[in-house]
Design a protein around this ligand. Sequence first.
Ligand code: UDP
Length: 333
Amino acid sequence: MKVLVTGGCGYVGSNIVAALGDNGYTIGILDNLATAPVEIVEDLRAKVDAKLTFFETDVTHIEALKPAVKAFSPHVVIHCAGLKSIADSWQNPLAYFDVNVSGTINLLKAMDYAGCTRLIFSSSATVYGDPEFLPITEDHPLAPINPYGRSKLMAEMIMHDWQRKAEGRGVAVLRYFNPVGAHHDHLLGDNPKTPANNLFPIICQVLAGQREGLSILGDDYPTPDGTGERDYIHITDLSEAHIRAIAKTAEPAFLALNIGTGKPTSVRQVIAEFERHSNAQINARIEPRRPGDVATTFASNQLSVEKLGDYVHNTTEDAVASSLRAAGLKQHS
Ligand code: UDP
């Protein structure tokens, strides 16, 4: 079976490619290499024991996209290509709508052109906006509070209308909470070409001596230790959820599922875990809250586990250990 991964060279995409390889799929990668180094393609080829075709194509270039999708003729597309920084989306909102919304429209046109009816989408819990209740279930109001979240929600809505339009189309929208960690064997970590602004890669950079210290962005939240709580899902578990969702797209339906552990972990707990595993002290200082950050958010993964089977096998501790290994950092045994 042929699966095309857009954004297959990025952090999430490359881990999904590895999981597809582990599960014997024939893989296509479509990526513009904007955030990933070009060596990743050969690296993936070496790591993934599977047939792999690479298209250096941008989803905003419909004229190049259509022939590429048609040439590969996938049974299923996993759409990970997109821009993903909330802060950047305030600076460049049109770029977010261009890539995440127009890029999705282009992809659906290209899929129609190639006769592909099955799609999995890399969506985000940011589509919910500020939590009105916890844990967040899939029927929580959809009220994103930044351009990035709005672009993801628009893409979801467009896919839903595309799915409804014709018989036999199947879409699974996977709303990620906080993907972290690295593939255990292939060590595909979160090492963006662009500056990191997520907690795990920043801590790795501090431990690697590439940054002076970590800013704890707020310690006055109404949480047990005052720092923000998130639902950190191991990238290997998230990839497995995609593999399982492939079968779901054979059903003519639109399925929106949270991908998370169902458990909140605080910034201080993450720091403590990194310190324990690296046997090093992390230079951290308290800074003001980051605008737009909420105190606590975590998923209800009840529906996704019901639909996909239990995909949560790793803990935050496993994610910390694999992040350190992928970053080539010393681990305390
Ligand atoms: N965070 C922090 N310092 C940083 C980056 C993040 O204290 O330099 C906190 C942030 O306030 C949040 C958590 O770490 O509580 C996760 O942030 P991240 O940017 O990784 O993911 P988000 O949930 O914001 O998408």
